[in-house]
Design a protein around this ligand. Structure first.
Ligand code: PEP
Ligand code: MG
Length: 323
């Protein structure tokens, strides 16, 4: 099996009926890029930048961040690198930031909400990213976007910093795509409106599932509700992909679901363009996808959308794909 995977390391991911999808990796540090390359990743679909901020006694400086982003971009060459801006709060705390204690941290002050209020912190990160943009193929993604206003505000701040850098004679790429994570149900439902303004979507199923099912992803007593194959989730993902394509944009997924062998046939059928997963899942996923027909998976996923339970969906996929 390992040999079968290895053969596909430098191959594109193409279905039996000739449809190409992109298999990229989730990373947390610049060192993780080696794993992406060794496993045939076609890019980075989610660079979680929290690690730069965690386990320290103060905020990382602009230069420190710039060096990290530059290293990832340079090492990935012309391959795409989607960097997610700071997603702190919720379960991820920073000792040096006095965040208020909250009753429901996952429904509270985190990610883009914090960055828009503490734009002093946000601007430093954006400047570091903009300066690094000339070293590769950078795409910037905002986490936990719930409303179009949040996206517009974040984008406006980004463009302000870009203008300042340009005025100071600093080189900045002119082709940075700006997208959002779809991990809040309001955004998945209103994807059509978002698709007119964003360059891309990446579905964050880890959070999208917990918010859709109202089940804390850290709470074992309700973990039975964490159901990636639930028709409600599939319908949301379907809506996001359709909305993106109607506006000529692309849709990816960077939650755990993107590397799940039961979910992959469904996501392929729904038209997902980019699958971002842990590096070690890439070659198994490529092996799986190269044996599937997109047309068949489209039929499969349409049937799945109309089923009633996650269990029924799983049974259907197992039957049809022989898993
Ligand atoms: C997600 O929510 O699916 C995601 C990829 O982000 P994180 O797991 O970092 O919240
Ligand atoms: Mg998330």
């Amino acid at each position: 099996q390992k040999q079968e995977w290895a053969k596909l390391k430098n191959e594109p991911t193409v279905t039996t009926d000739g449809v190409h999808v992109e298999l990229v990796a989730n990373i947390g540090t610049p060192e993780d890029v080696t794993g992406v390359q060794n496993n045939g990743g076609e890019g980075v679909g989610l660079y979680r930048t929290e690690f730069l901020y965690m386990g320290k006694s103060e905020l990382p400086s602009e230069d420190e961040q710039f060096e990290s982003y530059k290293a990832v971009l340079e090492n990935m060459g012309d391959k795409p690198v989607v960097v997610r801006t700071l997603d702190i709060g919720g379960d991820k705390e920073l000792s040096y930031l006095q965040l208020p204690k909250e009753m429901n941290p996952f429904l509270g002050y985190r990610a883009i909400r914090l960055c828009l209020e503490r734009d002093d912190i946000f601007r430093v990160q954006l400047r570091a990213l903009l300066r690094a943009s000339v070293y590769g193929n950078l795409k910037i993604m905002f986490p936990m976007i719930a409303t179009l206003e949040e996206f517009r505000q974040a984008k406006a701040i980004l463009l302000e910093e870009k203008d300042k850098l340009t005025a100071d004679g600093v080189a900045v790429s002119d082709s940075i795509e700006i997208g959002i994570m779809v991990e809040i149900p309001s955004t998945a439902v209103a994807a059509k409106q978002f698709a007119k303004e964003v360059d891309f979507f990446s579905v964050g199923t880890n959070d999208l599932i917990q918010y859709t099912m109202a089940a804390d992803r850290m709470n074992e007593r309700v973990s039975y509700l964490y159901q990636p194959y639930h028709p409600a989730i599939l319908n949301l993902v379907h809506n996001v992909i359709e909305a993106a394509h109607a506006e000529g944009k692309w849709a990816g997924m960077c939650g755990e679901m993107a590397g799940d062998t039961i979910a992959i046939p469904l996501l392929l059928g729904l038209g997902l363009d980019e699958f971002s997963m842990s590096a070690t899942s890439i070659l198994p996923a490529r092996t799986q996808i190269t044996k599937l027909s997109k047309a068949d998976m489209q039929e499969l996923s349409q049937e799945a959308l109309a089923l009633s339970t996650a269990d029924e969906v799983e049974q259907l996929v197992r039957q049809r794909t022989g898993q």
